[in-house]
Design a protein around this ligand. Sequence first.
Ligand code: FES
Length: 116
Amino acid sequence: MSGRRALCRAEEIAEGEARGFPPPPGGLTGLVALRRGGEIRVYVNACPHLGLPLELLPGRFLDASGRHLVCSAHGARFRVEDGRCISGPCSGEALESVPCEVDSEGLLTVPAEAGR
Ligand code: FES
């Protein structure tokens, strides 16, 4: 299947915020989108260590400083800008980046099958 799917209106993701999205129909993994420096990035919500979702509670993706994504299972921390793990059991690996775009109607879109 091709095409794109809309996650939300881009303006709904505030500066410094991270937000989770469910997988496409039939999928299991889901996505996390975050905005930093005005730019939105999207990653597959699966830790490279064991493939678990990052958040312990809905919408809780960032560490206490708000500077890094953190995996709730074993504490791996990831750089926001490129998803690279900087500490924890998967240090040096990275979250899978998902190409995202904001369309002419202001919707944040990703490839339809992203996060499967
Ligand atoms: S599953 Fe994420 S650090 Fe272990």
